[in-house]
Design a protein around this ligand. Sequence first.
Ligand SMILES: Nc1ncnc2c1ncn2[C@@H]1O[C@H](COP(=O)(O)OP(=O)(O)OP(=O)(O)O)[C@@H](O)[C@H]1O
Ligand SMILES: [Mg+2]
Length: 222
Amino acid sequence: MGEMISMIAHQWRQPLNSLGISVQVLEQKYYNAQVDDDYMQGYKEKSMKLINHMSDTIDDFRSFFKPQKEKEMFSLIEVVDHAIDMLHPLLIQCKIEVIYENKTNVSLLGYKNEVGQAVINILNNAKDALLVKEGETKKIMISFETDEKEIYVTIGDNGGGISDDIIDKIFDPYFSTKENRNGTGLGLYMTKIIIEEHCKGRLLVENSTAGALFTIVLPLKK
Ligand SMILES: Nc1ncnc2c1ncn2[C@@H]1O[C@H](COP(=O)(O)OP(=O)(O)OP(=O)(O)O)[C@@H](O)[C@H]1O
Ligand SMILES: [Mg+2]
């Protein structure tokens, strides 16, 4: 129960921040007389998406530890797009550009929302790493590659990477280098459980020349 609540709390933080930013931007635009019907409609739709996502998150983690939960067919691109959507106001505020190096649309059988939560965690860590970085354009690069058996989704950033002395520990529960920023160290731990235990895939990390590079490997359905 405690772990479930901790995970929900962890996963609520980003959409909650996104909502907070949207509300502030709305006020700014209102006082600059930039709020027309279209803007208001868009604001409502985006906010409702975030709120619905937060509501789904409760259900996702209620069933997180159930062994017999229902699998469903889902489009991986849609899941990644949705994850980016959930962080969009944060990414804009931090001036981070998300670039798809290519798009391969595959359908997978599995736990759609959990995979989405995993992608959000990796994107969010990239955002954290880029936030403390000065200068240079801040970028997150996403690419897809498939072979006969698996799909590889790589998510890389140019935030400087992870030092060798801690890279073996980042998937441990409660390991965080963000003590001064309320890091819980739960993000990658739950991401690893989702990808490796629930989805029977692999979650890999390495450093590129620019920053950290995470690869989610998921089995394709026969
Ligand atoms: N893209 C990245 N660039 C640099 N370091 C990273 C990156 N992703 C993860 N890390 C390192 O891995 C650690 C563990 O990440 P994890 O998501 O589990 O926890 P956290 O981000 O510290 O805390 P929380 O997820 O609660 O905010 C981070 O503290 C950071 O040191
Ligand atoms: Mg994190």
